[in-house]
Design a protein around this ligand. Structure first.
Ligand SMILES: Cc1cc2nc3c(=O)[nH]c(=O)nc-3n(C[C@H](O)[C@H](O)[C@H](O)COP(=O)(O)O)c2cc1C
Length: 213
């Protein structure tokens, strides 16, 4: 039986991204986010207007999307209470956020120069997507929806289907944020009709599914 509920949170489960941007003084900022969806070579990103990341992206029109495997969960959680905005906006301070100038250092992450954009990559991330901002839209008055286009993709070779430019879906175990909790452990459930329509090199995986060590 279904009941009507005034659902307080609609975070049903999305991969976590570490979004890096360049501060006005040339240093790097990095923040966890998960309001991201993808279409072709572009993504839509939802970022709160009180975040340093939003300020940086509106000014620089660039960012790097560093995809997060489940093994990087501790770094994500170390970043969770931090902001690069000083002073901390009142509403964020009330939630316990504190200012941190060196967020890479605070999370044990290493900034790595990008090839196309000014924002640094996160060295520890196995999939780094350099992006330019195509458009920025107001989203419900409190957030900005950024349309970004990937201009350079870097991926650890072990995550590619050998001899192709496709990510191996068995080897890639994304950190998932579901109702503010963290989940990992990618498991292939059944062969996919979509994968077969797209003629993916890994279609019909279930029998072969085994994580890459
Ligand atoms: C797992 C996780 C997912 C998050 N997703 C988002 C998001 O999609 N959009 C957003 O604006 N903030 C999101 N946040 C909160 C930001 O990380 C937070 O506002 C942070 O202070 C931003 O850093 P900045 O102010 O240095 O940019 C998320 C935080 C965590 C831990």
């Amino acid at each position: 039986m279904h009941v009507n509920a005034d659902l307080k949170v609609l975070y049903f489960g999305t991969p976590v991204v570490l979004i890096s941007s360049r501060n006005a003084d040339g240093t790097g900022n990095v923040a966890p986010m998960s309001s991201a969806w993808w279409l072709g070579q572009s993504a839509m990103l939802g970022m709160g207007n009180r975040s340093k990341t939003t300020e940086n992206m509106l000014r620089e029109r660039e960012c790097v999307l560093n995809m997060v495997p489940s093994t990087m969960v501790d770094a994500v959680d170390l970043l969770a209470p931090l902001t690069g905005t000083d002073p901390v906006p009142e509403r964020k301070a009330a939630k316990g956020y504190r200012f941190e100038a060196d967020k890479f250092g605070a999370a044990g992450l290493t900034p790595q120069a990008s090839e196309v954009v000014g924002a640094p990559r996160v060295l520890e991330s196995p999939i780094q997507l350099e992006c330019v901002v195509e458009q920025a839209h107001d989203f419900s008055g409190t957030s900005t929806a950024f349309e970004v286009r990937v201009v350079r993709a870097h991926i650890e070779e072990r995550l590619l289907v050998p001899g192709t430019d496709y990510v191996d879906p068995v080897g890639w175990d994304p950190l998932i944020m579901k109702f503010c909790e963290f989940f990992g452990g990618a498991e292939n459930l059944r062969p996919s009709t979509l994968a077969s329509a797209w003629r993916m090199p890994h279609q019909g995986l279930v029998k072969a599914a085994a994580p890459i060590s």
